[in-house]
Ligand binder design. Structure first.
Ligand code: F6P
Length: 340
């Protein structure tokens, strides 16, 4: 049986490690041919494919991005595209398709699995918010980049006696904001899970500046204030389209006026998605890649790999469509306890 693979949605570090693990595992035991589709679902719609070899993918383990390319393209949003995907799978004699993506790509995968395609999902996103898995590929690398950025901002904040606002990605959820904010020792963390009270943040920072000369505030791009407490202006919340830096700049400007502290904004943006994956992401990507091929061999379909505790299991793909998976209350509470 021939196996297909695609990477869809926003890129992240660790995608190539998944591809490498899939190719090695599929070739290894039963000598299966692996076909890679370029630019996510578009490759299946356009028939843009390449045969992947062990030699050609071996060096991918530690590289960033995705050698297959990716796109924010969902077949169900385009007339006739789902039918074309099914035709390509049949024409290319693909017995099972491995789909590496976030909730949008995996939701499309679930729809196609329900239409009869044999599909195994692998969750990835720096936002870490795919439902059904405790971790998604790419999160650990982004967390490490964002934490290092907060560490670096600290010394310049201290040198200049400034309030530094660091905006991280996280459209619907604050896994990155809470993670990098807590690990980097930020003095306030604003994330979608917990609408922020600008009065409370202002008060905490003022109290802090009686003894210290600088502060760091980490803001998720999808952070929202308590309704009616502050106008975000053009900056969109979790349900709107995100403009990088918009929420961060509104928060910086508001805090600057309220506190009188000199302030600067740092927008980390796509830097969080680039560069080599951390060891933890290489490990997770490799485990997921192997597990996906084992699921193919076991005859499974309509499932995705998931990290449950320390174990890799398969869970129903339909779970991915129930996301986003928000950060737990204990993480929100840790951030609140460390405010100021
Ligand atoms: O889905 C991951 C993510 O990093 C979000 O946090 C962010 O809003 C989005 O991608 C930005 O994606 P792009 O600008 O590449 O479309």
């Amino acid at each position: 049986m021939r196996v297909g693979i695609l990477t869809g949605g926003g890129d992240c570090s660790g995608l190539n490690a998944v591809v490498r693990a899939v190719v090695h595992t599929a070739h290894g035991r039963s000598g299966r041919t692996v076909i890679g589709y370029r630019h996510g679902w578009r490759g299946l719609v356009d028939g843009d494919a390449v045969e992947l070899s062990v030699a050609g993918t071996d060096a991918l383990l530690a590289s960033g991005g995705t050698a297959l390319g990716t796109a924010r393209y969902h077949p169900h949003d385009h007339k006739g595209a789902e039918a074309r995907v099914l035709e390509t799978l049949e024409r290319d004699r693909i017995g099972a398709l491995i789909v590496v993506g976030g909730d949008g790509t995996l939701t499309a995968a679930n729809r196609l699995a329900e239409s009869g395609a044999r599909i195994i999902g692998v969750p990835k996103t720096i936002d870490n918010d795919v439902a059904g898995t405790d971790r998604s590929v790419g999160f650990d690398t982004a967390l490490s980049i964002a934490t290092e950025a907060v560490d670096r901002v600290r010394t310049t904040a201290e040198s200049h006696d400034r309030l530094m606002v660091v905006e991280v990605m996280g459209h619907h959820t604050g896994w990155l904001a809470f993670g990098a904010g807590i690990a980097g020792g930020a003095h306030a963390i604003l994330a979608p899970e917990s609408p922020f009270d600008i009065d409370e943040i202002t008060g905490a920072l003022r109290r802090r500046h009686r003894k210290a000369s600088f502060s760091i505030v980490v803001v998720a791009e999808g952070a929202v204030p308590i309704p009616g407490s502050m106008d975000l202006g053009a900056a969109a919340g979790p349900s709107g389209s995100i403009v990088a830096g918009a929420v961060g700049e509104r928060v910086r400007a508001e805090l600057a006026v309220r506190t009188g502290f000199e302030s600067r904004l740092v927008v980390l943006g796509h830097v969080q998605r680039g560069g080599p994956p951390t060891p933890a992401d290489r490990l997770l990507a490799s485990r997921f890649g192997v597990a996906a091929v084992r699921a193919v061999e076991a005859g499974a379909s309509g499932v995705m790999t998931g990290l449950v505790g320390d174990d890799v299991r398969t869970v129903s793909l339909s779970v991915a469509a129930t996301g986003p998976r928000v950060a737990p209350g204990s993480l929100v509470e840790t951030a609140r306890a460390l405010l100021g």
